[in-house]
Structure formats: C-alpha cells, structure tokens
Design a protein around this ligand. Structure first.
Ligand SMILES: [Zn+2]
Ligand SMILES: [Zn+2]
Length: 387
C-alpha cells in the first residue's frame, strides 16, 4: 500500500499541505483549508494506509470514495505533460546495426540495405485511455498507445518497456528549446486523430475480448436454460393437445382451448424472457482519454534503403537506448502492430500484409496507402480500415 501513500503524500504536498511519514504506513498531514474541505479532514490529520495503522489514523484505501476525492483534488493536473529523458549512463550505439535490422524488419516482397546510423532526438507520444465495458458485469481498464512522432512508428512495445524505466527516474526534466528543435515538430490534430482511432479501437477490442468471451458464454448458458425450460412446458402442452385431438364433447373442447391458450402464454413468456436477456447483456463501451505524455528521448536513427522491383525509397527507424530495442517499422496502411510489412509497387509504401490485399469486389490486389478510400479499378469503397 505504500505506493498509495507516496501518491497521496505527493498530491497533498502539491496542494500546499505539510506531510510527514509516520510508521507504520501512515502520514501526518497539516492541511490548508481547501484540502480540509475537499477531503473532509481536520487541519491536522493522521492517515493510515496499511492493515496496521498508527493510532487514531483515518484509514485510507482503494475502497470507498477516497480515489474520487483524490481525483477531485488532482483535477486536470497531470493530464498532459512533457518530459525529457536520457539514460543515466551513456548507452553505446548498437555494434551491429544490420543484426538489429535483421530482427526489426520482415519485408517478404522487398529488400533492404542499411545506409547509416546517427544519434538523434525524437519525440514519442504516450497516450492513456480508460475503457469501461458494461453488460451484465462491468470491466474497466487502461490502454496505452505510443507513437514515435519522428518516424511515424507505433511504439506500444517500447512504451510498455519504458514505463518501469520512467518510474525509476526521480528527476523530471522539461525539454529545453534545443531538444524541442532537435526532436522536430509534433503532429497536427487531424494526423493524430487518424492514427489514434484505429489503433485505439483495436487495443480496446483486444483488452475486452476475454470479458466479451465470458459474457457470451453466460448469455449462451442463460439462453439455453430459458429455451430448455419453455420448450419442456410447450412440448408437454402440445402433447396434451395431440391426445385431445380426436376427443369429442364439451369437456374436450374446453381442455383444447385451455391448452392452446397455455401454449400461447408459454411462447409469450419465452419471448419476454429473451427480451430480458437481451436487455441484461446489452453491451455499452465507453473510452475516455486520460493522459498524454510527450517524451523527448535520444535515439539511434537508422537510414534504410528499401528496394522493390525498380523502385527505391529511404525510410528511418529508431533504436531506443533507454530500452535497448528497435521500434517496429512504420506502417502506412493498417495499424502495424506486428513487424511484417509488404511494400507496394508504385510508391513503395510499407503496409501490413492486409494493406496490399485483394479488393473484396474485383479481387485485384490494391495498396490501401495509395488508395485508402476505394479500389482504383472497380471503384468499390473500402469501408473498414485495414487492421
Ligand atoms: Zn476492386
Ligand atoms: Zn502504395
């Protein structure tokens, strides 16, 4: 629980409180009036975070509405930030760049040549989104997206490996003017939106897939149960009707009417129960932006020549010293979370394999980076983004 204690101590100090650690696992807080009001504490409060608390301490935990109150105190702070990070000790550039590229690149229909490696600065954007999926149960979580604004690559993997590294770096350095210039400009809102949407969509889908799977199994089970129950009732009634089919007389007529009404009632109830299930299991998903972090980082930038048939093109790919890893190659159609890229004939775009796939209408292969909207041969619109 001491991570929570550290967070609360930092937050309260940033809001003007005087905070002192007390054991076991507690804080003594001299809170200014706004903090007292927001948290409902006296001027001098003693907080306890563990199962063992200092005497007279207010128990603070993840339960109850404490997180909401801390959230209110935090307000919009920390939603957007920028940070310059360098390795504590200089990390030498890769000794064998070709071997690095060998692992980073997989170009089944093109060849590549290493052309050079230079120390450079880049800017990586880390974005956090919270998703909430609600049906009969609720699932919440965070997804992180990462883009290298310098090369255009998706750097989710790099970002995931960076997070523990960043958490270990106590010093927070704001990038200076020289670093900003060296790292180059960011993306405009349209570019960012176009890049974020498909990637976010795919990651949220992946994140909730197990939840959806479990939900579908519960729905299936409930539907089968509802069906079996009503089917038994209905079969019994139909059987009684069948035995009454050749009976004559008023009594038999009354029985037939009663059974017919009963069958109708069972069918009605069955439909109503299915509606209930539909309602219970209706799925709502919301995704909200939580945080952006602009990271300015040193990289080793590889220049790579791509050759396909008679065409040639230079691309760049960064190796990140902080995690000693190369990023994935850029991907100009599809989100490109795997490393395989196909190269198109005309412009030598790098795309996901699906990005060069056949048009669903005329079957001719077509580069989705050259023709993102529609097939150039038959005019068929490409509705779904390639993923
Ligand atoms: Zn077509
Ligand atoms: Zn193309």
């Amino acid at each position: 629980m001491s991570e929570l204690r550290d967070f609360v101590a930092d937050l309260l100090e940033s809001r003007g409180a005087v905070v002192e650690a007390v054991e076991p696992d507690g804080l003594e807080v001299l809170a200014p009036a706004p903090v007292q009001q927001a948290m409902g504490w006296p001027e001098l409060a003693r907080l306890g975070f563990g199962t063992e608390r200092p005497s007279g301490a207010i128990p603070i935990g993840l339960e109850g509405d404490w997180l909401d109150r801390f959230g209110a105190l935090l307000a919009q702070d920390g939603r957007w930030s920028e940070r310059e990070v360098s390795p504590a000790v200089t990390v030498p550039a890769p000794g064998d760049p070709e071997a690095v590229l060998e692992r980073a690149l997989d170009l089944p229909n093109a060849v590549w040549r290493f052309r050079g490696m230079t120390a450079a600065w880049t800017r990586c954007l880390m974005l956090a989104f919270r998703y909430t999926a609600i049906s009969d149960e609720k699932r919440e979580g965070l997804v992180w997206l990462g883009f290298n604004l310098g090369t255009g690559a998706v750097v989710n993997d790099i970002v995931a490996r960076l997070q523990p590294v960043l958490a270990q770096m106590a010093e927070w350095r704001t990038p200076d003017q020289a670093t900003r210039l060296a790292a180059g400009p960011g993306w405009n809102a349209a570019t960012l939106g176009a890049r974020v949407r498909p990637l976010l969509d795919q990651q949220v889908r992946d994140a909730i897939a197990p939840f959806l799977g479990a939900m579908r199994r519960r729905l299936e089970r409930d539907r089968n149960r509802v069906h079996a129950y009503h089917d038994d009732l209905r079969s019994a009634s139909l059987k009684r009707l069948a035995t009454l089919a050749h009976a004559a007389g008023e009594r038999a007529d009354a029985d037939r009417r009663r059974e017919t009404l009963r069958v109708e009632a069972i069918e009605r109830e069955y439909r109503a129960k299915l509606d209930d299930l539909r309602h219970n299991y209706a799925l709502r998903i919301t995704v909200d932006w939580v945080q952006s972090l602009d990271l300015y980082m040193p990289v080793q930038r590889f220049d790579i020549l791509i050759r396909r048939r008679k065409g040639e093109r230079m691309i760049q790919l960064d190796w990140h010293p902080l995690v000693k890893a190369a990023e994935l190659p850029l991907c100009e159609a599809g989100v490109g979370r795997a490393r395989t890229r196909l190269v198109c004939d005309d412009k030598l775009h790098l795309t996901e394999p699906d990005g060069q796939g056949p048009c669903p209408s005329c079957g001719k292969p077509c580069c989705r980076a050259c023709y993102p909207a529609a097939c150039p041969r038959c005019g068929q619109a490409f509705q779904e983004p390639v993923s």
